[in-house]
Design a protein around this ligand. Structure first.
Ligand code: NAD
Ligand code: ZN
Ligand code: ZN
Length: 362
């Protein structure tokens, strides 16, 4: 009897976790010990973990320049329920639904102090976070190192619906937000790549600006999603795209171009269709480069890369979702089919976002 009790106690301490164990290879589903919160920490029962294309870059691209130590559990786009809290944690209730802000900075540098932990100055570069060097949410439970990373979910938003908002929503929100001054009623924004991030970028542009929104993708299904997300025009990527964008903007070009792919070809399209004084914002990590010369991009075009978003911006994103202005198109997968989700993403078969829901049974 005692032996059986001990055995079941041991099993209760194990959970499933999708871990990166080697660069250039698929992640592996393994069993690890349930996390236990230390002082100030919180364990979240995962209700949804989004499968981001960045994870594919880690599995199939070059991991050589990624400053993370292996192994770690994937999943940087998470929401769930407060499961256990460490000593000193206040303001959270057990079972409360929460979104997990994922850019885990030092918490005290000037950037972190105002919630801009995505640009923590004590952790330059990629920083750290769940699924990015630290254990993420592709598991039954997620250890969150500080309660400040948890934002309450608005009523009516389930963790599985909310998970994509933490990255696929927040990253485009940050990119759009910094260019809002250039997005008036006579302006045009171009979204290149209408996948997990891009389809939410289209919705965010429509919800927060009066600009015309043009979407570009290689896939017919993604262009259809762009239209249903509110795009005024959806254009097939290729040699004719720049001309079509110019034609739709009276020959002037786009005020803001957001590139969610980041290949040589998409960066070239972005540079060629950006209007004088416009913004080209590179979000995609496709590994491409953008040649720069006096005449291209056009005069006073600003080019910037962006990383994730701030904690106050995540609160804005959740508020947009609560008001029905932002809704991720999702396909859910059980945890033991997470690799199928990533394979479908790699094959261009996901429309919107794949979300891993650990409680689902295959
Ligand atoms: P996704 O696979 O869901 O979407 C990518 C979309 O781009 C797909 O619809 C695909 O059909 C389209 N596409 C591919 N090649 C194209 C081309 N040549 N022209 C036009 N469209 C093309 O990916 P995602 O999860 O939305 O991520 C998009 C990119 O953003 C990835 O590179 C990812 O690593 C990166 N990312 C960056 C940040 C950041 O903070 N900078 C955050 C999250 C994701
Ligand atoms: Zn991501
Ligand atoms: Zn910091």
């Amino acid at each position: 009897m005692v032996g059986l009790a001990m055995l079941s106690f041991c099993y209760a301490l194990l959970m499933r976790s999708l871990q990166m164990t080697r660069w250039h290879e698929e992640a592996e589903l393994v069993e690890v010990e349930d996390p236990v919160p230390g002082p100030g920490q919180v364990v979240v029962k995962v209700g949804g973990a989004g499968a981001c294309h960045s994870d594919l870059h880690m599995m199939h691209g070059s991991g050589d320049n990624v400053p993370f130590s292996l192994p770690f559990t994937l999943g940087h786009e998470n929401a769930g329920w407060v499961h256990t809290v460490g000593s000193g944690v206040t303001g959270l209730e057990l079972g409360q639904p929460v979104a997990v802000y994922g850019a885990w900075g030092c918490g005290t540098c000037p950037r972190c102090s105002d919630g801009t932990e995505n640009y923590c100055e004590d952790m330059p570069g990629l920083g750290a976070g769940p699924g990015l060097g630290m254990d993420g949410g592709m598991a039954d439970y997620l250890l969150v190192p500080a309660a400040r990373h948890l934002l309450p979910l608005p009523e009516g938003l389930t963790p599985a619906q909310a998970a994509p908002l933490v990255d696929a929503g927040l990253t485009p929100y940050h990119a759009v937000h910094r260019s809002l001054a250039k997005l008036g009623a006579t302006s045009t924004a171009v979204v290149i790549g209408v996948g997990g991030l891009g389809h939410l970028a289209v919705q965010i542009l429509k919800a927060t600006s009066a600009a015309q929104v043009i979407a570009v993708d290689t896939r017919a299904q993604a262009l259809e999603l762009a239209r249903s997300s509110g795009a005024d025009l959806a254009i097939t990527a290729g040699d004719a795209a720049a001309g079509e964008i110019r034609a739709a903007t009276g020959g002037r070009g786009a005020d803001v171009v957001l590139d969610f792919v980041g290949l040589d070809s998409t960066l070239a399209l972005a540079a060629s269709c950006a209007r004088m004084l416009g913004d080209v914002t590179v979000v995609g990590v496709g590994g491409g480069t953008l040649p720069f010369s006096f005449l291209r991009p056009a005069y006073e075009v600003s080019v910037q890369s962006v990383y994730w978003g701030t904690r106050p911006e995540l609160a804005d994103v959740l508020a947009l979702a609560a008001r029905g202005l932002l809704r991720a198109e999702t396909t859910t997968y059980p945890l033991d089919q997470a690799l199928d989700a990533y394979r479908s993403l790699a094959d261009g078969k996901i429309v919107g976002r794949a979300v891993i829901v650990p409680a689902l049974v295959a």
